[in-house]
Write a protein of this length. Sequence first.
Length: 185
Amino acid sequence: MNKQPEITERTRQKFIDAFWTLIREKPISKIAVNEITRRAGYNRSTFYEYFLDIDEMLSYVEDELLREVRQTALDAMPESGSMKDLFQAVFMSMNDKIYLLMGPNGDSAFVAKLRKELSPILMNQLPVPADIPDFDYLSSFVNAAMFGLLQHWNEKGKDISAEKICKMMQELVVNGVINYVTTCS
């Protein structure tokens, strides 16, 4: 398999592309290896040269996406200290594959993985010292709210602009719900 790395990577990518096509149509739990191989144009034995099963393929795909998102977040660390800049850079760069995994056909555990990956980066931008009592609870609350808001936005078909959802997240995190509501009225 390693003798021809370009062919190996191209074959792996065909399986992954087939997976992405199928997840748009049905939940991961309903996707079978034979569907992936049929769409990719290979047989089952070729699939098993690359992945043990669909769970391993899913882990591979998720790990790749998480690395990309983490790097985007690190690259987007604002020199200005503006959370809005960071939110926009990170959340607007999240591609449709991430939203597919966050959606009803996706992997319910993926959001927790995404939160774990991004939480330290996002919380580092909060204007709150990390050594305050119960910081871990504050962090959990903020991250649950942000990712819950993103999931809701995705489920509603991204019916408002990405810029607006990022601004809303920043306002809610920095100023709180009451201030957000009173300034929007």
